[in-house]
Design a protein around this ligand. Sequence first.
Ligand code: ATP
Length: 915
Amino acid sequence: MTEAEGIVGEFKSLKRSSDADLLAMQVGDFYEFFDEDAEIVGEELDLKTSKKSSGGTKYPMAGVPVAELTPYLKALVERGYRVAVANQRETESGHVREIERVATPGTLLETSDADARYVAAIVDDGGAASRGDDTYGLAFADVTTGRFYVTGVDGDDPRESALTELYRFDPVEVLPGPSVREDDELVGTIRDRTGATPTLFDAEAFAPGAAERALTEQFGAETVDSVGVETDAAIRAAGAVVAYVEETGTGVLASMTRLQRYRDADHAELDATTQRNLELTETMQGDRSGSLYDTIDHTVTSPGGRLLKEWLQRPRRSRDMLERRQSSVEALAAAALAREELRETLGEAYDLERLASKATHGSADARDLLAVRDTLGLLPELEAVIDAAPQLDDSPLAEIVDAPDRDAAAELRETLDAALAEDPPSTVREGGMLTRGFDEELDEIIERHEELEEWFDTLAERERRQHGLAHVSVGRNKTDGYYIQVGKSAADDAPDHYENVKTLKNSERFVTDELEEKEREIMRLEERRGDLEYELFCELREAVADAAETLQDVGRAIAELDALASLAVHAVGNDWTRPELAEPGADVEIEQGRHPVVEQTTDFVPNDASLTDDRRFLIVTGPNMAGKSTYMRQTALIVLLAQIGSFVPARKATIGLVDGIYTRVGALDELAQGRSTFMVEMQELSKILHSATDESLVILDEVGRGTATYDGISIAWAATEYLVNEIGARTLFATHYHELTALGDHFDSVANVHVAADETDGNVTFLRTVREGPTDRSYGIHVADLAGVPDPVVDRSQDVLGRLRDDKAIDIRGSGGSGGSGGETKQVVFDVQSGQMKTASADGGEASQRDERSPGRTDAENEGRATDASDSSAALPVDEDAEAVLDHLQDLDVNETPPVELMAKVQEWQNKLND
Ligand SMILES: Nc1ncnc2c1ncn2[C@@H]1O[C@H](COP(=O)(O)OP(=O)(O)OP(=O)(O)O)[C@@H](O)[C@H]1O
């Protein structure tokens, strides 16, 4: 077998032993890909492929230098490949190659972006699903920082809760458990919502026994017990993630020191839809810029930024902890100079969590350790800044900086300080990383090395003097080693013991025995120095890895200070105030509140919002574009900000804490996912009606808009009753269905407000002011005009609207309209009973039969009269069919009928009436 055959054969058998998509195998100074892998890599990365002969066959081959593997690996993983990496080791019997790791999206350590990279596992509690009370277990590990979270979700809609958790962590790779992987729809939704790559990991790893073993081995049985990972599914998910991280060989298990179980009782529920609707981390268009996070983020470190984002996505419910954050923000807001000093110091911090993780998997170099040293060194500085400012010193900030194990941190810092050279190279094998005085043997080597260097440095001068040589110099290069170089003109004077090794155009190169001996010595020293330094460096790196937990604590303290300072900066710069926090479920009262994002770019008109016992449910009306959505979102955002411990954009605010914020806002285009907009709207409504409690905040924007007017009104009406009677959530409900404002008269806790607009001589001015009571007009046509709808259409709609208002028949313009024949003008009336247009005779025909007191209005009539629900059936025209429909309607229990069924029924009745 030739060498090449051997290598391709070895490649293939290694490849077979792994389930990776591609294999990069080290062959000397290169990582090589062969055969199909070479073709894929060549194509994906635009890499040149060559041919390697093997057993009469030519195989494609592509290679990258060992030192340059990282960017290639990253690019391949980002394109969705799992890449196994086989390294070459020298043994007495030759090269041995073994797969040491598999790089996958979730275990790719070589990342430069600041966001966390989670690998997640999701486990379905098996057979329980059929009993309708299934539980999902979820685990998340960020291999770049060692963070590890685990949870179990159940409740009414565990599937949705599981998806919400996944959306929140936004993993890059997901390991679906055995039954989840058969659930194509779930796996598809996970992929759609998170963009994570699903990986089918060994089903065995998800088995309860194996998973529990992996978990206790990693974190210790006591930790697992005390953290209370009680559900089987959670243990299975967590165990599988541990096993996966171990199997992919990243070597970061050691940095996963803490198992964090988060309980939902600690957090306010904020589902994926609401996070999107409130544009927390990206806008509805998917831009980061213009999101709440983007607006309020003034952090100066990436861990600080990560933490602030996490706070926004996971608001808290504990008043105590929030008030502590508030006090810190308040102190930082008051002490401007100290705050800036603190931020300046924080700005020098490196990402300790990431560095700890790099140290544990052995990829940290001396510069990384220097970064650890310097960042640890910031702790006393931060403490000094806090100590020196009385406001800060009296605040919880002092405890934050004191929380990590300060002695351990100081000790590690000193060790690193005593060891590391000030400007180390990025290589770890060639010496130069450690400082003098750290190791005696190393010092001796360095000293002797310096002596020899000195000897070489002065050699030319000595030779010149001793042998009277002109034009002599001493140099060193890779091929010739050290040499004495003499200019051509003086070469003849070279002494006899000079041995010529090379002739160049203008000079000759010589060596001497002494020079060669010194050269051998300096090479020996350099090799020894490289080895010794590497050895000592590895010990040092291990000491850092051993202190991973301390580093994570310090990193966390720095992140927290940074996030709090960021909140203070924003509060001061935007005139925000500290909200008063009240009991869960208590009143929300906001004076002169503003929208935190819109106020950045607009001359914002502040508004009050008060959700108190006699007005827990606000119906918000007002013309299109008036500012209803803005008003509702700003209320939700102010509550959210209060629940991360931030100040809020308002003159004054009291926030009764919420256990969750639920929103149903606008129509997202989900048609791509094969669901109709109205179906999505109803699913979101259904989720809210299932999940909200009397401690929740609910924001509904135009529920029911996506269907026929009557269905819409009915659903909105029934949902309101349910929210008021059964749930009692604090709610803001914007609607164009003027009919709903009548609910204010029926329920003590329902109140009407409207966003005001002025109309003078047909010109509408939006006042952006929220006033009590329902609106009287809608101004939809004015908005159409603003939007550039052609004048004839705008004018014509004015005309139609006028006729509708006056209950007059409308003439159908043009010819060939439905029922029209050749150019003749027809008249129609809008029959409010059927929701249909009916052709009218010239004298008003059917129109005259209409019941003038009918309550229903069309969309275009929203500005119309309030409905008196109580007499709405009083004078309906009744024929046999209509009577049957009415009977059905009366018998129907709206609360008990699913929306889809309701739709079908309404459709059926309409058909009947049309017939
Ligand atoms: N209080 C305010 N001060 C200044 N500008 C505002 C205020 N409220 C809303 N706006 C601006 O008014 C515009 C319309 O607001 P918004 O979308 O909230 O209206 P809307 O009543 O919900 O409209 P529609 O009924 O058509 O959905 C937005 O561009 C917004 O920035």
